[in-house]
Design a protein. Structure first.
Length: 49
């Protein structure tokens, strides 16, 4: 992470706790788009379902 290398932050930041996926999941289910949406991980690869 460049920010850490430049001394802008002291430690790595875990963003997993920052976002609540239930709102997205509820909207996708309500709009019948569950099979349309392919979730991806932070590495850019499809996430395991």
């Amino acid at each position: 992470m460049k920010s850490k290398e430049f001394g802008l932050i002291r430690r790595d930041i875990d963003l997993n706790g920052w976002f609540e996926p239930k709102y997205l999941n509820n909207a996708l289910e309500r709009l019948d788009l569950k099979s349309f949406w392919q979730p991806y991980g932070a590495d850019g690869k499809p996430a395991a379902s």
